[in-house]
Design a protein around this ligand. Structure first.
Ligand SMILES: *[C@@H]1O[C@H](CO)[C@@H](O)[C@H](O)[C@H]1NC(C)=O
Ligand SMILES: *[C@@H]1O[C@H](CO)[C@@H](O)[C@H](O)[C@H]1NC(C)=O
Length: 379
């Protein structure tokens, strides 16, 4: 047995610590279905609906997001001049990959890993010990109500609470001439988010693909009628009845027109409208409500995967934006968050296969949707 000096022992234990911190993201070879890949040792974190969180738990979440908004970014300025915060590092990754992660089969796996990544960064870099939330849309959307009541229900959601929540809609700004085609029906905001936990945050990147430093407010342009056209219970039920993954992804993503938006676009343009941050295809993660919406999209997918063993590893759909003739998305396709996102300076590159079972990724949901979009215990 080797005898180590005190200094030697210190180095060994430091190396052990580094190894422990980095195993999951840097050193582990991707092994499909392996818990080690995601550093999952024992307890899974269970995501819950926003309004079931206590005031304290809500604050834990919004504080951790604000922490990432305050920590200095790691992306070198010569790659993207506008990046100021850790949160911007995350936004940039989405912005940079926009054309390969939307309207492709890869969309759901990529965003599953993306949402997992921010949760991991919150836990590793901001001491987050709380519950990651999702937004069960049907609590705020009921298209069987008269239009005005449906609208009020959406606008009065506790998600937009001006104290504990994500803040409310921006002041109304008329549709700029020439932009009518980009305005979802019933848009009624456009200005800065006036209150809530992200009132003072700065959006630094964008609009669109621009990466210059361009600090401005977080904006919202709610379109409740449009949102609830898709996000009412029957929109989710329609999605849950998909026959295979290609069909499922097609219903979730729909297309670029407001008549075929699906539950994905329903949330983005229902919150962000024409002038709000959530409505910017490149920049939408800059609105923290993005994570609530995407966690629920992920929950719909996971629920659908669990409905039938054939669904569990079902994959496919285009590899090129909206091009149904492009080769199908494969389970072996790698997913990367880029060099400046994730733990230890680098998020590991995983494959689609690695993110098919969320239990391997160390999280789960407290409730699943059944085929009629009822919230039921995990099955
Ligand atoms: C953007 O993506 C390209 C690959 O598509 C990559 O080479 C580049 O490093 C990325 N930029 C940043 C800032 O991550
Ligand atoms: C959902 O219900 C509304 C109101 O009853 C109806 O107009 C709409 O077409 C339904 N949507 C789907 C996707 O079934």
């Amino acid at each position: 047995m080797a005898v180590l000096s005190v200094a030697g022992r210190r180095i060994v234990s430091l190396m052990g610590l580094l190894l422990l911190l980095c195993t999951a993201t840097v050193f582990a070879a991707p092994r499909p279905g392996s818990n080690d890949l995601f550093g999952c040792r024992g307890r899974r974190s269970i995501r819950r609906e926003w309004r079931t969180l206590s005031t304290y738990e809500k604050k834990q979440f919004t504080d951790a997001v604000n922490c990432l908004l305050c920590k200095p970014g790691r992306t070198p300025r010569n790659l993207a001049e506008g990046v100021r915060s850790r949160y911007d590092d995350l936004v940039l990754t989405h912005q940079n990959q926009t054309f390969s992660i939307h309207y492709v089969g890869y969309f759901l796996p990529w965003h599953r890993y993306y949402t997992w990544t921010i949760e991991k960064m919150m836990r590793d870099e901001c001491g987050f010990r709380g519950t990651f939330p999702y937004w069960a849309w049907e609590n705020d959307c009921d298209n069987t109500l008269p239009d005005d009541q449906s609208k009020q229900k959406f606008l009065n959601s506790p998600i937009w609470d001006g104290t504990t929540g994500f803040g409310g809609n921006g002041a109304f700004m008329p549709t700029p001439p020439g932009s009518e085609g980009g305005a979802p029906p019933g848009r009624c905001g456009g200005g800065c988010v006036p209150n809530g936990q992200f009132k003072n945050m700065k959006v630094n990147l964008g609009p669109g693909a621009a990466t210059a430093y361009n600090p401005r407010c977080l904006s919202r342009d709610n379109a409740p009628y449009f949102a609830c056209w898709y996000l009412s219970k029957n929109g989710t039920a329609r999605t849950m009845k998909a026959t295979d993954f290609i069909n499922f992804d097609d219903i979730v993503e729909g297309g670029p027109g407001f008549g075929i938006s699906g539950i994905h676009g329903g949330g983005h343009y229902g919150i962000g409208g024409l002038l709000g941050t959530m409505g910017d295809l490149f920049l939408s993660p800059n609105d923290p409500s993005f994570w609530l919406h995407h966690a629920n999209l992920d929950r719909v997918w996971w629920s659908w995967q669990r409905l039938d063993s054939d669904n569990m590893y079902s994959m496919g759909g285009p590899t090129k934006l909206m091009d149904k003739t492009s080769p199908p998305t494969q389970l072996t396709q790698p997913i990367t968050m880029g060099q400046y996102v994730g733990g230890c300076g680098q998020a590991g590159t995983v494959t689609v296969n690695d993110v098919m079972d969320i239990r391997d990724m160390c999280y789960d949901y407290d409730k699943y949707y059944d085929v009629n979009a009822n919230n039921v215990p995990p099955f």
